[in-house]
Design a protein around this ligand. Structure first.
Ligand SMILES: [Mg+2]
Length: 482
């Protein structure tokens, strides 16, 4: 009997031990589950933070700003108090990036963010929207109070910024656009737009801050939406390249093409380059636009070459492109991607662009020359450049501005100028292209003057790629027969 009891007790102890052990394991499991949950929670928070904040400055991003502004406006609408929305853009920030480098630009943005933040209440939301653009939502703030905040923000910039171990001192300023809720708009998007319109006015008039007024909108709104449409077109293949041929006046060498960008707006129809190119220049969209043109022209050039037509394509660069550090890398990348020889693409740069910043232009031209890529000076004769200066620049071609060519038959002076440009260019070892040849008379004169290539309606208007290919094939077949 005793033995029986002892055996049972032993079994009970073993069971108790097992139970304890199991309990411990369960506790352990609970612990690690809890830790895992905490870790997940932490990761989720980090991701949420990243999704709602700007990495560089740690400030809320556009999404969080909109979220918070939305909440404030809802409350403000219910309780009947005004709110204010500011759009802030630093002046001449691009110059800092260009001259001192992106790293300095980044440090500067962080410093500005810090200074602004110190001037605001905890209920205000300061956000960075991208680049050098900031926005501030000020709940429960009327116009007079908004002016005080603007003063404080401006004031905070007056102390020069010392950057990179005090090596650089930079004086910053900003342009601000101000919109009031509910006066100017009742939703966040509308208010942001109004503030942006006012900010552009401030920039244009070189004022530090401008309050939105409804009559600003009619003009600016159309322009703003066009800027947005252009951005969309660049990003979504909404632009198209047209190709205008250039013929050699001597020999039987293949024609070449100038690639010209065109924009068929989905609702407004064809928008002229004179309208959207300056707009692209002003808004900085010229960079992505040129990169698109470069890529597209290189791809098309490769297609023609693959079919045995060894044509060259000229691409127009803008002054902003020359200041862009990535320009050379992008050009090089295009040649590599499409296996093009250096002569396949010619880069056209206008004369006025070269004169804008001759030192920098000359440096870029040197680097382009090192890639053995040819450069053409576009619109030559209109930029008042000192002619002797030309011989120091690494260029291969001059394009005589169409205004001289078109005037040749009526104006003796224009012939004199065209002749002088051709002779000057040849003396410097440069090729000459005349633009704007409209009829047989122009062609004959240019041939007689010894111009090397001619471009203009007399030869062909700019054509869509299909028509240009047909034109090229026809030209080749005609010249094979001869
Ligand atoms: Mg051109």
């Amino acid at each position: 009997m005793n033995q029986e009891v002892q055996k049972l007790r032993k079994q009970l102890r073993t069971l108790e031990n097992k139970y304890q052990q199991l309990n411990q394991e369960v506790d352990g499991l609970h612990d690690s589950l809890r830790q895992r949950t905490l870790e997940l929670e932490r990761q989720k928070n980090v991701m949420k933070h990243q999704a709602l904040h700007d990495v560089l400055t740690g400030l809320p991003n556009r999404t969080l700003l909109e979220e918070r502004a939305q909440q404030s406006f809802q409350i403000a609408g219910r309780e009947n108090f005004p709110c204010c929305f500011l759009m802030v853009d630093l002046n001449r920030f691009k110059e800092v990036n260009d001259t001192l480098g992106y790293h300095t630009g980044d440090v500067l943005l962080q410093e500005v963010a810090q200074r602004f933040r110190l001037q605001l209440r905890s209920s205000d939301t300061l956000a960075r929207l991208g680049g050098d653009e900031f926005a501030v939502a000020l709940p429960d703030t009327n116009a007079t109070q908004a002016e005080e905040v603007i003063q404080k923000l401006m004031q905070s910039l007056t102390l020069p910024l010392k950057i990179l171990d005090n090596k650089h001192t930079i004086q910053m300023s900003a342009s601000m656009g101000v919109a009031m809720f509910p006066e100017h708009a009742q939703d966040v998007e509308g208010l942001m737009q109004c503030a942006e319109v006012a900010m552009y006015v401030a920039k244009k008039e070189q004022r530090s801050a401008v309050f939105y007024q409804p009559d600003m909108k009619t003009h600016s709104e159309a322009r703003l939406s066009l800027v947005g449409d252009l951005k969309y077109a660049i990003e979504n293949n909404g632009l198209e390249l047209y190709y205008q041929p250039q013929l050699l006046t001597e020999g039987d060498g293949l024609p070449s093409f100038e690639a010209l960008v065109r924009w068929h707006h989905p609702t407004r129809g064809m928008i002229f380059p004179d309208m959207f190119i300056p707009m692209a220049e002003e808004t900085g969209l010229i960079n992505p636009m040129t990169w698109w043109v470069l890529e597209e022209a290189a791809a098309q050039c490769a297609v023609w070459r693959a079919e045995g037509m060894e044509v060259c394509v000229s691409v127009n660069l803008s002054a902003r492109n020359l200041k862009e550090e990535s320009l050379l890398e992008r050009v090089r990348g295009c040649f590599q991607r499409y296996h093009l020889p250096p002569e396949a693409i010619v880069l056209e740069i206008t004369e006025s662009m070269l004169m804008d910043d001759p030192k920098q232009a000359s440096e870029v031209l040197h680097s382009i020359d090192a890639m053995r890529v040819e450069v053409s000076i576009d619109d030559f004769g209109t930029g008042y450049s000192s002619l002797s200066y030309l011989k120091y620049l690494k260029v291969n071609e001059l394009k005589i501005d169409r205004s001289f060519v078109m005037g040749m038959q009526k104006n003796e002076n224009d012939i004199v100028i065209v002749r002088a440009i051709i002779s000057l260019a040849h003396n410097l070892g440069l090729r000459v292209v005349a633009e704007g040849a409209e009829d047989q008379g122009d062609w004959d004169t240019l041939v007689a003057l010894g111009c090397d290539r001619v471009q203009g309606y007399f030869i062909s208007r700019p054509m869509q790629v299909k028509a240009a290919t047909v034109w090229l094939k026809k030209w080749i077949s005609e010249h094979e027969n001869i």
